[in-house]
Design a protein around this ligand. Structure first.
Ligand code: AMP
Length: 249
């Protein structure tokens, strides 16, 4: 059984980003880039399933600029067997990525596709759902546990105040939530091994997909700066301020 895992190159979660001065987007020039954290969880889960004998091959796929190769090498170092880069310099929006992944799914015929629940740069939470719709596959989003047996995936997903368990007929799409697993540390020997693993590069044209943007960003702005707080002398003064200034009482 093959598993395809989608991995996105995003600004590292520890980098504090801001809006560009002209408001046309987020300033990520020279920012450290890493694998989207939910995708690390997705790769870890796929590798664990292979290690447990539930899968035979894990294929990591990334769509974007040539530097996504670094992200794919990280996936290979975690334990993916091979990688596919769909290279494009366009600003790839979730629908375009879902179409590219659908084309890869058609080509590779995996039994399971694992994506992150959301990319921490665009916070879209759309790609997995769109892929499932385009490929006409059952989906389980926000997975906190995945088991594979008898041609089915059993997925627990976090819902308000509890957990829901779904059974999906394979092939299926699963998106990962934070509690699914804790990704392993990538060791130096595995980074070295990853350099030798196969990485294929395709273009959207090779897959017959038009990735033209459908959305236009009108403006990106930062939240208003918080003004400094004040110390009040006593409870009476606090209540007074809450009534007259904050107007919350
Ligand atoms: P989003 O819908 O943008 O929040 O992304 C959800 C998930 O889709 C991510 O966690 C990735 O697994 C996958 N994904 C989104 N964009 C890409 C991309 N450019 N390349 C590979 N996977 C992606």
């Amino acid at each position: 059984m093959k598993i395809v895992v989608a991995v996105k190159r995003v600004v590292d979660a520890n980098v504090k980003v801001g809006a560009k001065s002209d408001g046309t987007g987020v300033d990520i020039a020279n920012a450290k880039m890493s694998m989207n954290p939910f995708d690390e969880i997705a790769v870890e889960e796929a590798v664990r399933l292979r290690e447990a004998g539930a899968a035979t091959e894990v294929i990591a796929v990334s769509c974007g600029v040539a530097q996504c190769q670094e992200t794919l090498r990280t996936a290979l170092a975690i334990g993916a067997d091979r990688a596919i880069l769909v290279e494009s310099n366009e600003d790839l929006q979730p629908l375009a990525v879902a179409k590219l992944l659908k084309a890869v799914v058609d080509k590779e015929q995996p039994q399971l596709v694992i994506l992150g629940k959301q990319a921490i740069d665009d916070d879209s939470n759309q790609t997995g759902q769109m892929l499932a719709a385009l490929a006409n596959l059952p989906q389980a989003t926000f997975a906190s546990k995945v088991t594979i047996a008898d041609g089915k995936a059993t997925v627990s997903r976090e819902v308000d105040g509890g957990s829901e368990t779904l059974s999906l007929k394979l092939p299926a799409v699963v998106t990962t939530d934070l509690r699914l697993n804790e990704p392993r540390y990538v060791t130096l020997p595995n980074i070295m091994k990853a350099k030798k693993k196969p990485l294929e590069t395709l273009k959207p044209e090779d897959l017959g997909i038009d990735v033209t943007s459908r959305l236009k960003t009108i403006k990106v702005s930062e939240p208003p700066k918080r003004s400094a707080g004040v110390k009040v002398a006593d409870v009476k003064a606090l209540v007074e301020k809450l009534k007259t200034e904050a107007k919350v009482l």
